[in-house]
Design a protein around this ligand. Structure first.
Ligand code: NOJ
Length: 552
């Protein structure tokens, strides 16, 4: 079966159909100020390393004014920079430097909720039930004789109830507000035109400054079922919502008119600006609705990310992705890691799966064998970078970083850990600040040696300066693969399978043959010139390895 690609109809300016987009998590990328938290000046100073890596664009997680209860996804002012990260002038300098280097810049936007420190929520707290101030949020009377029970049984993604009670102006308990995430993140009411108009303004603020697009947080969550009915939660529910199809908080049809409105705002601007949906929606055929021609440009392919190390499952998700996205004329995206998931080398080698968002720590069952993790991580990346469409990388994956398990409880910051009393480790293990130089303070992350999450002692082995020029390093594998991907036009080529069963994936993508060995034995490679390989090869490809070949 051959999949034509969506870029068959691409206009040359549609850079996003084939782009590799690198996620910067500002807290953990590079710290110029020395306070142990990464910042915009730190990013600016290190951007040349990303240009040298060969990516097309960067996406920045939030750097806006925020109490940082959810690492910046709790925004108190959507059009200013938190002093932790710098100033608007620092942002402008970063943007200019990125553009000078040929890198596009996408910023995060968080429309589902604000911080409870946002002026709107402060006003809602201080106002009466039924007031216009409360109408910007989802505030309801409780159930029970005294309104002492939450309005419904929804749970927060981070654990615990999704409702918190407000005080009345005389201090007695009053109405309840909805927060699908932490209690410091009240959900906005998107049926309210004032909310919609405010986000048009926010989009234009950043578009006017010159950003190339937005990564839209919780793009499957803005519209809730109007009746806010109870939901019967099944045992195997997924905490990030991917398996919550049918839940009245997620993937409601009302989101689509919001995205059409946003698309028309973005289309007012020249320069091919984009919207990318963070939408935990299954199946892929349903997710495709988010990227219809008048909605968003891309959606993260979470079904691909969640696929275990199993050849049939990987082949199926690749086929389903190409078919689903092509059915609406959108490129497929591919992603293996981000700031919410266990870093993919570790995740793909777990022997006991870990539910999304729960994270792993020293006591988790089925912890990965480090050698297997490293091999699978490299092989999975090489497979991903051969696939037609656009790919997302998460900072540090080019260094081959595994998940950090050993973070003391008193240093963990993810609200998931605290809201579940430590039952879920949460997401800190993928957020540990990057190692740049093996022998520098904080491994080059911060000149003061500070680091908001502790870096393990062995972090230096993964430092970028240790890997530069070492052909067998992860960094050089990523560089070589990104260069070959570009040279052979893989992102805009068609994919066809050479075999459609067995534990070895063999596909032709343009003029390149891609082989990925998910079996437990070495396999012979077809004759041809190897242009990239995740392991050192003789004539065979070991288990947990991948290669690209030019065959005759
Ligand atoms: C998704 C973001 O990626 C995650 O980090 C955040 O906690 C939630 N949305 C809430 O904004």
């Amino acid at each position: 079966m051959t999949h034509p690609t969506s870029s068959d109809q691409a206009r040359p300016t549609e850079w996003w159909r084939t782009a590799v987009i690198y996620q910067i998590y500002p807290r953990s990328f590079a710290d110029a100020s020395g306070d142990g938290i990464g910042d915009l000046a730190g990013i600016t100073a290190r951007l040349d390393s990303l240009a040298a890596l060969g990516v097309d664009a960067i996406w920045l997680s939030p750097f806006y004014t925020s109490p940082q209860k959810d690492a910046g996804y709790d925004v108190a002012d959507f059009t200013d920079v938190d002093p932790l990260f710098g100033t608007l002038a620092d942002f402008d300098r970063m943007l200019e430097r990125a553009h000078d280097l040929g890198l596009r810049v996408i910023v995060d936007i968080v429309p589902n909720h604000t911080s409870d420190a946002h002026a709107w929520f402060q006003a809602a707290r201080a106002s009466a039930p039924g007031s216009p101030e409360r109408a910007r949020y989802i505030v309801r009377d409780g159930r029970g004789p005294e309104g002492e029970l939450p309005p419904n049984n929804w749970e927060s993604v981070f654990g615990g109830p999704a409702w918190t009670r407000l005080d009345t102006t005389d201090g007695s308990p009053g109405q309840w507000y909805l927060h699908l995430f932490d209690s410091s993140q009240p959900d906005l009411d998107w049926t309210n035109e004032e909310v919609r108009a405010e986000f048009d303004r926010i989009l234009r603020f950043w578009l006017d400054r010159g950003v190339d697009g937005f990564r839209v947080d919780v793009a499957h969550g803005l519209a809730k079922h109007p009746d806010l009915p109870d939901f019967v939660i099944s045992e195997d529910i997924d905490s990030m919502g991917a398996a919550q199809m049918g839940h009245p908080a997620w993937a409601q049809q009302g989101v689509h008119e919001i995205w059409r409105r946003w698309r028309s705002v973005v289309d007012e601007y020249d320069g091919d600006r984009i919207l990318t949906a963070e939408a935990w929606v299954e199946p892929l055929s349903e997710m495709a609705a988010w990227v219809r021609p008048d909605e968003m440009h891309q959606a993260f392919n979470f079904p691909y990310l969640m696929t275990p190390w199993d050849a049939d499952a990987v082949r199926t998700v690749i086929d389903d992705s190409l078919a689903a996205f092509a059915s609406v004329g959108a490129p497929s995206t591919w992603v293996l890691s981000n700031h919410d998931v266990i870093r993919h080398p570790s995740r793909l080698a777990l022997t006991v799966p870990s539910p999304q968002g729960h994270g792993i720590g020293p006591d988790s069952p089925g912890l990965p064998d480090p050698a297997v993790a490293q091999m699978r991580g490299r092989a999975a990346t090489l497979l991903m970078l051969a696939l037609p469409g656009s790919a997302y990388l998460f900072q540090g994956e080019e260094l081959g970083l595994p998940e950090v398990l050993d973070i003391p409880a008193d240093r963990r910051e993810d609200p998931t850990f605290h809201r579940t009393g430590g039952e879920r480790y949460g997401r800190d293990g993928c957020r540990v600040p990057l190692p740049w130089e093996a022998d520098a303070p904080a491994f080059g992350f911060s000149p003061s040696g500070e680091s908001w999450l502790p870096q393990p002692g062995w972090w230096g082995e993964y430092a970028r300066d240790r890997q530069e020029g070492d052909r067998e390093s992860s960094l050089e594998l990523y560089r070589a693969a990104l260069a070959a991907r570009r040279e052979h036009g893989l992102a805009s080529a068609s994919l066809s399978w050479e075999t459609t069963d067995g534990d070895v994936l063999i596909a032709r993508v343009g003029d390149v043959m891609v082989v990925c060995n998910l079996s437990t034995s070495p396999v012979d490679l077809p004759a041809g010139e190897v242009i990239a390989a995740s392991e050192r090869l003789d004539d065979s490809l070991p288990p947990n390895a991948a290669a690209w070949l030019l065959t005759t």
